[in-house]
Design a protein around this ligand. Structure first.
Ligand SMILES: [Zn+2]
Length: 416
């Protein structure tokens, strides 16, 4: 079977034919396949896509195709230029590549698909190509996917912030968290009022008005923007962010107490106890369980903070907002008397956001409540895997690619 036969099977073009294929021995062995235009087929302008008269011909260009048995394959073609009535002199449009790209669209989609399974660096290594080319391929896939995705029927969104790079640089991520459809919708730099306004501007007035539920943490700029731009929606402070805040408070109490104990020369019972206090008891390992039990025997500030947190977990089990509210009030009173400053701070914050907190019970079951936490973990993993992503652009593209559930075009043949 000839290479031509295979190419005609996987990717046939109406106005072009494949010519002979040959080996080329350079630094690496490659295969070149000649492409010719059909004599009487019309030539199209790459600017507007309309047919136009031929102008001249350019030197041959090589377009990288999907490799065969580890050998790089190039389509070789001399582009013609057209003299278009509306665009002037332009290069012709070819069906296998877009713009000035050196990769064929098929190969770019191939690399982008692999980039979902491997890191970009690994994809570049496996297919003997550059990081830059993998990046450009993923970027192309993301741009196509974002332009072609369906944004109708979004009822519930979750807003999350994530730290990236060292120092205090944040990203704002907005997810769709409807029970049937969960995906990343939007990424923005920073976590300011302006950032989230950017999301609503992009999302549009009509779609924003149709939102039923918005989940977020207590970050003031977010609260402000949501109240203004999605005033019809029930705004929920979700469990994940509240418990994260509480864990942060416990960690503060523990760190300070550990330092105090050390200074006073006591037994270092709190050393390596961080995760004992931060994990849910059911998630402890068999080794950690007895250690926690032992730790709880001590009359420590950290233990008191831990018990307050664990007690708060009952809040989420209530069915009625009324009784949950009563529980919340009792819990806050108790925490305010605890003489643990970080916990008192949490109690004051919760009290200030009582109404939004109780919205959790009004919205129960209406959206996928674990979704924000799941996405948060996946986004952090994407960022952590991304040593190569020094720029915001690369980070943004990677997040959309892994979390966006973006559509892909239907190609005649799936290469992977
Ligand atoms: Zn044109």
């Amino acid at each position: 079977m000839q290479l031509k036969t295979i190419l005609n099977r996987v990717q046939k073009h109406r106005s072009f034919v494949y010519g002979p294929a040959r080996f080329v021995q350079g630094a690496r062995l490659t295969i070149e396949v000649e492409v010719r235009a059909r004599a009487n087929a019309r030539v199209e302008c790459s600017g507007c896509g309309r047919p136009a008269p031929r102008y001249d011909m350019q030197p041959t260009r090589r377009f990288e195709f999907v490799p065969l048995w580890g050998i790089a394959v190039f389509l070789v073609y001399a582009m013609r230029r057209v003299s278009c009535a509306s665009c002037g002199v332009r290069v012709e449009r070819v069906p296998w590549a877009t713009g000035k790209h050196q990769l064929t669209d098929t190969y770019a989609w191939f690399l982008a698909r692999w980039a979902k399974r491997l890191s970009w660096k690994e994809v570049a290594e496996v297919f003997h190509t550059s990081w830059e080319k993998v990046f450009r391929s993923v970027e192309m896939a993301v741009e196509w996917g974002r332009a072609h995705r369906d944004l109708s029927g979004v009822e519930a969104i979750g807003i999350d912030e994530i730290q990236w790079q060292r120092g205090h640089r944040y990203l704002t991520l907005v997810y769709q968290i409807d029970a049937g459809c969960r995906r990343l919708l939007w990424v923005g730099q920073d976590r300011k009022v302006k950032t989230l306004l950017g999301f609503f501007r992009w999302f549009g007035k009509e779609r924003s008005a149709a939102l039923g539920f918005v989940c977020s943490d207590m970050w003031r700029p977010y609260l402000k923007v949501v109240a203004k731009k999605a005033s019809e929606a029930i705004h929920i402070l979700d469990r994940f962010h509240i418990m994260a805040k509480m864990n942060k408070a416990i960690d503060e109490v523990r760190a300070k107490e550990a330092r105090d104990l050390k200074a006073k020369g006591y037994e270092p019972v709190l050393t390596n106890a961080r995760w004992l206090l931060l994990k849910r008891p059911e998630n402890l390992s068999a080794k950690q369980e007895p250690r926690l039990a032992e730790l709880l025997q001590y009359n420590l500030r950290s233990v008191r903070a831990y018990l307050l947190k664990e007690d708060f977990q009952f809040f989420w089990n209530y069915k009625s907002a009324y009784w949950a509210g009563a529980f919340l009030d009792r819990w806050c009173t108790r925490s305010l008397r605890s003489r643990l400053d970080p916990m008192k701070k949490v109690a004051r914050t919760l009290r200030a956001h009582r109404a939004l907190l109780l919205n959790w019970f009004r919205a129960k079951g209406a959206f996928s409540s674990g979704a924000v936490e799941g996405f948060n973990n996946k986004a952090k993993l994407t960022i952590r895997k991304s040593y190569g992503f020094r720029t915001y652009r690369a980070m943004e593209i990677a997040l959309y690619h892994t979390l966006g559930a973006l559509p892909e075009p239907k190609l005649t043949h799936r290469f992977c």
